[in-house]
Ligand binder design. Structure first.
Ligand code: GDP
Ligand code: MG
Length: 595
């Protein structure tokens, strides 16, 4: 145990976590140069392209220091706010953290919130200024920020470049010298903290854990405490580049277990594994059930794809327990599923995977949050879909989720950011100067306003120089109304939204204007109306047109004519027939594009 070091890497997206991790693996010869692919830790295509690590992983290295061989376990953490709970569990499994800050960018909000989490868990922090090879690097300024934040000495900070390999050796030495060895009792009843799990089509679910107390061996009868289910440990081992089976994994170390588990729902991040024969009295504290916070309807474009869509969602759920779905139907869109996601990024990832891995052509509705609706008798229901709102006369009041947001930016952008937050019903809680001209703003904001287009707007008004992080705080009463959209007099349920009473008028008007842009002219006039209850609050008209695409061909070339017709048919696939009106897929996301 004295020669084990467990550490994670805390970094803002793109500050070079994956690149530096590669260098560590290369320097410790955990991977040979021949095997060295860029960013081996991000082993999903999607992650690689997006440069974010969606699921956390772990990898073990050996490193010789002062004549002794050490085992270093790198526990990778996801870098996005949607996955905050997974981050917290990976951090709980470590004794140290590398804090990587890009020398050209400085500290960002995401870095700070994960850093606080690490400090709360008493991790030893090793600060690293990365990308020092770049011309535009400002290592002194970034060091000043780090000193302000951690209260450390300048000499504690390492300078590095994942690109050139500068400082990599020093980082490995610092891990051995500064990160404490894990503590735990090898003779106590078994307690393993699960910090991640993956689905393997041949082996089922593989759970990753740190042994906090005791020893786990192949063949043991084990129990997962939160789900209260028993399994045989068919295989235990350590994670190198591949899984390497071992007879047992002992106290302080990190490993995996394969035990015939079929679906990700059976393995919960944060759960504790113990022995059935000699169980631990308590689970490791900090277990939480993660709950989806953002919901959207997902519908197949072709009705007959409904069962395929179900099968695809089931497959995705095998390795992503935080995705939920249940069948729903919409008068406008037919049969589909209401899916629950951890946040917006998670939703985008799922949509992209449906498209890429399953070739599913889907329409998704405007995302919304979950609301608590109280009736006059004080009874509370959770509503995940605007069209599921009870009749307004039955409602006593509605509560919506609020978040506490942290925004870090340069002082020059404070004005526009405050205007943006105000427009989103934000309440400024406090404002703190960090270093030089950098400021951190704390806001209470309704989550429902964030899921729509907050992040994109924040990025554009700050020219990319604002970082954003949030956590859920509480549910608060709000004056919310349901806004319906009608096309030629028919309500399109998939376009209904819940919006604050004070903003409803302008929101309805902008929705109608946007839909007018997005719905192509057809052979008759199309009336677009916004309504609250039976009251129409805005109206636009798409004028009729006679459109003959083949007219351009001057009668001549028949093959060209056929091509055009085929092209038009292709284009139609992205349209949905609603009553008499053809609505393009992107119209359902119109609300995301309002100016
Ligand atoms: P992550 O999102 O934190 O995992 O960041 P990546 O490791 O994916 O790196 C983000 C980008 O920065 C990539 O284009 C890398 O090639 C680049 N990068 C990473 N480390 C360095 C470095 O030390 N120097 C330079 N010049 N570029 C780097
Ligand atoms: Mg990465």
């Amino acid at each position: 145990m004295n020669r084990i070091r467990n550490f994670c890497i805390i970094a803002h997206i793109d500050h070079g976590k994956s690149t530096l991790a590669d260098r560590l693996l290369e320097t410790t010869k955990t991977i040979s140069e021949r095997d060295l692919q860029d960013q081996v830790l991000d082993n999903m295509d999607l992650e690689r392209e997006r440069g974010i690590t969606i699921k956390s992983h772990a990898i073990q290295m050996n490193y010789e220091h002062g004549g002794e061989m050490y085992t270093l376990n790198l526990i990778d953490t996801p870098g996005h706010v949607d996955f905050a709970y997974e981050v917290s569990r990976s951090i709980a499994a470590c004794e140290g953290a590398l804090l990587i800050v890009d020398a050209t960018q400085g500290i960002q909000a995401q870095t700070i919130s994960n850093l606080y989490m690490a400090i709360e868990h008493d991790l030893e922090i090793i600060p690293i200024v990365n990308k020092c090879d770049l011309q535009s690097a400002m290592p002194e300024e970034v060091e000043d920020q780090i000193i302000d934040l951690l209260g450390c000495d300048r000499s504690d900070i390492l300078r590095a470049s994942g690109k050139t390999g500068l400082g990599v050796q020093a980082i490995l030495d610092a891990i051995v010298e500064r990160v404490p060895a894990p503590v735990g009792d090898p003779d106590a009843p078994l307690q393993c903290l699960i910090f991640d799990s993956v689905f393997n089509p041949f082996r089922g679910i593989i759970a990753y854990y740190k042994v906090v107390n005791g020893t786990i061996s192949k063949g043991d009868l084990v129990k997962f405490m939160a789900t209260d289910t028993e399994y045989d440990a068919d295989e235990v081992g350590v994670l190198r580049l591949d899984m390497e089976p071992r007879k047992s994994i002992s106290c302080g170390d990190v490993g995996y277990i394969i035990s015939g588990i079929k679906t990700s729902k059976e393995v919960k991040v944060g759960d504790t594994i113990t022995h059935v024969d000699r169980p631990a009295e308590n689970a490791i504290s900090g277990f939480e059930e993660v709950k989806p916070m953002v919901f959207a309807g997902v519908y197949p474009i072709e009705t007959e794809d409904f069962e395929n869509l179900r099968a695809s969602l089931e497959k995705l759920q095998l390795n992503d327990a935080s995705l939920t779905f249940q069948p729903e139907s919409s008068a406008a869109l037919g049969f589909g599923f209401r899916c629950g996601f951890l946040g917006l990024l998670h939703m985008e990832i799922i949509q992209e995977r449906l498209d890429r891995e399953f070739n599913m052509n889907v329409i998704s509705t405007v995302p919304n949050v979950s609301y608590l609706v109280y009736d006059k008798q004080g009874h509370c229901t959770e509503v995940h879909n605007p069209s599921g709102m009870p009749d307004p006369t039955l409602i006593d009041h509605i509560e919506e989720p609020f978040i506490r947001a942290s925004i870090i930016t340069n002082t020059q952008f404070i004005g526009p950011i405050m205007t943006l937050c105000l427009g989103k019903r934000g309440i400024l809680v406090k404002q703190e100067y960090i270093h030089g001209d950098r400021v951190e703003l704390f806001y209470d904001l309704p989550l429902g306003e964030i899921v729509i287009d907050f992040y994109d707007k924040l990025k554009s008004i700050s020219k990319g120089y604002a970082s954003f992080d949030y956590h859920l705080s509480d549910f608060r009463p709000s004056k919310l109304v349901k806004l319906d959209i009608l096309l030629n007099g028919d309500t399109v349920d998939a376009l209904s939204t819940l919006t604050h009473f004070d903003n409803a008028q302008s929101f309805g008007r902008r929705m109608c204007e946007k839909l007018k842009e997005l719905i192509p002219r057809q052979q008759f006039d199309i009336a677009i109306q916004a309504a609250i209850g039976s009251k129409i609050i805005a109206r636009e008209t798409v004028k009729a047109v006679r459109k003959d695409v083949t007219a351009k061909c001057y009668g001549g070339d028949i093959s060209r004519k056929r091509k055009l017709l085929e092209k038009q048919k292709e284009g139609k696939k992205k349209m949905k027939q609603i009553g008499t009106v053809e609505v393009p897929q992107k119209a359902f996301l119109a609300v995301l594009k309002l100016d």
